[in-house]
Design a binder for this molecule. Structure first.
Ligand SMILES: Cc1cc2nc3c(=O)[nH]c(=O)nc-3n(C[C@H](O)[C@H](O)[C@H](O)COP(=O)(O)O)c2cc1C
Length: 483
């Protein structure tokens, strides 16, 4: 009986041990075809990599971790080409991408971003010194480094190495094959599990978002291979960026509410803990450093800048009046319309209701004082035309006056009135725009440099003149236009 029990125990031990061993079993390296002459290096011990068969040599992306996996990699490549392995690009400094360098022949040239090479000498996360400082490993360190971009020609074929900024680490290279429109990103994207950010190496989630966005805007890649998941398309990268932003915003909001790390972690899935901690620490650090973080200012009309218009109207008796208005703008092209929002307390409000018309007068900077005055005195109490010496001219199209001295005026017929609350929005259809010839540009439209209008800053209640020329909209847009 006792012998039987022991036998059962031994059998049980063997079953448990063999299933454990099976779980840890590493499948042999194999190649997965991505495009003609371009493969993913799959399985083995270490992250996924890549192999590009050029016209005269082979370029490898990332190095696996063990001698066995490197030997299998070389053997698999030899099955598809007899060209020599000349280059090995390390996408970044993590052990599962770079440890295997040492098992490749010394004839291979190792290439990486300059920060990746530096990171190799940093102690590991648990403070252990790096073994890359050992002299015997020197031949397997990246011998060539690059800063922003590097091209590697393999005969006619070309691989581009790009650096778009910090993210997963500080030295993440993108290996891009323009002919095949395929990019290898290393660990710059995790698809099936939360993104890893190595803060201890200088990685940063906020920079990661910027870096990936820049990458998408720069490369015309259609397929993206990475260290730990199947290849993905552009939409998946875009979705990943959005997910990262959502997580960051949620953590920011919780930090703003005074929640601590443990409380914040409890609002996320358990496997997101490391990412949450990295983001939390970045936010806390930026607050400590007094960095430029967004502060909620509340639901206020703090828009920058607003226009400065002077509204002309007649009262019941036909007395001309003007008031300054900043809650204003163009609101329709066909029919051409503008909108102005006035408080009922203004004299102009009653005038427009009475006459169903108003004019918009655009002041040049020489009328800044008069404009400020039109916004502080009321037509109920004073005649603003006589106090400033400006001249009211009766419009021949609408029942309202415009200011003769102002070089750009717009005559409007009241089209619609919308009650909003403190302000009532008057929508006026533009019947005509009148401009002094002296402010016209080449194409018979007002020239901002000649008119010299100014803008209003609601928070500080200042006037500012309009600034320097930035460029034509069509040429500025070209920066992000791929075609
Ligand atoms: C720069 C500036 C912008 C203004 N914008 C508005 C506005 O959009 N709506 C409004 O009701 N009052 C606005 N005001 C206040 C009126 O211009 C002010 O109450 C004026 O005295 C009204 O004149 P009135 O009573 O003769 O119509 C603004 C004042 C300034 C100085």
């Amino acid at each position: 009986m006792r012998r039987n029990i022991s036998l059962i125990f031994i059998l049980l031990f063997l079953v448990v041990f063999s299933s454990f061993a099976q779980q840890r079993e590493v499948k042999p390296v194999q190649l997965g075809l991505i495009a003609e002459g371009l493969y993913e290096i799959l399985e083995g011990r270490g992250a996924r990599g890549g192999a590009y068969i050029g016209d005269n040599c082979v370029l490898i992306i990332d190095a696996k971790m063990t001698k066995e996996s490197v030997e299998q990699t070389i053997a698999e490549i030899q099955k598809v080409t007899d060209k020599p392995i000349k280059y090995l690009v390390n996408t970044h400094s993590d052990g599962d991408h770079i440890t295997g360098n040492r098992y490749f022949p010394e004839t291979v040239t190792f290439i990486a971003h300059q920060n990746c090479r530096q990171e190799l000498f940093h102690p590991s996360r648990d403070g252990k010194p790096s073994d890359w400082a050992k002299p015997e490993l020197a031949p397997f360190l990246p011998a060539i480094t690059f800063r922003d971009k590097m091209d590697i020609y393999l005969g006619q074929k070309k691989a581009e190495l790009w650096y778009f900024g910090r993210g997963h680490t500080t030295g993440d290279a993108v290996v891009y094959f323009p002919l095949e429109k395929v990019a290898f990103l290393g660990d710059q994207i995790f698809v099936t599990r939360p993104q890893l950010i190595h803060s201890y190496k200088g990685g940063d989630s906020f920079e990661h978002v910027k870096t990936l966005t820049k990458m998408l805007n720069t490369l015309e890649a259609e397929k993206f291979c990475s260290g730990h998941s199947d290849p993905v398309d552009r939409q998946t990268i875009q979705k990943h960026i959005e997910t990262m932003k959502t997580i960051q915003e949620k953590i920011k909001a919780l930090v703003a509410k005074g929640k601590n790390l443990e409380e914040i972690k409890s609002e996320f899935q358990e496997n997101e803990g490391r990412l949450v901690e990295a983001i939390y620490n970045e936010i806390k650090k930026s607050i400590r450093n007094g960095d430029d973080v967004k502060k909620s200012l509340g639901a206020k009309t703090l828009l920058l800048p607003t226009p400065v218009w002077v509204i002309g109207s007649y009262d019941k008796e036909g007395k001309p009046n003007v008031m300054t208005c900043a809650w204003a703008g163009i609101c329709c092209s066909k029919p051409p319309c503008v909108m102005i929002s006035l408080r009922k307390a203004t004299y102009t409000f009653g005038n427009i209701k009475e006459r169903n018309a108003f004019t918009v007068n655009i002041p040049s900077k020489s009328f800044a004082e008069a404009t400020a005055y039109f916004g502080s005195a009321s037509g109920k109490d004073v005649d603003k035309f006589s106090s400033t010496g400006l001249t009211p001219i009766k419009s021949d199209l609408v029942d309202a006056p415009y200011i003769d001295e102002f070089p750009l005026v717009i005559e409007c017929k009241l089209l619609r009135t919308i009650e909003l609350g403190l302000h009532t929005m008057f929508i006026g259809e533009i019947m005509d725009v009148k401009a002094n010839e002296s402010i016209l540009g080449e194409i018979d439209s007002p020239d901002i440099e000649k008119l010299k209008p100014f803008v209003f800053v609601p928070g500080s209640r200042d006037f500012y003149r309009t600034g320097e020329y930035l460029g034509k909209v069509s040429s500025l847009a070209k920066k992000f236009d791929k075609k």
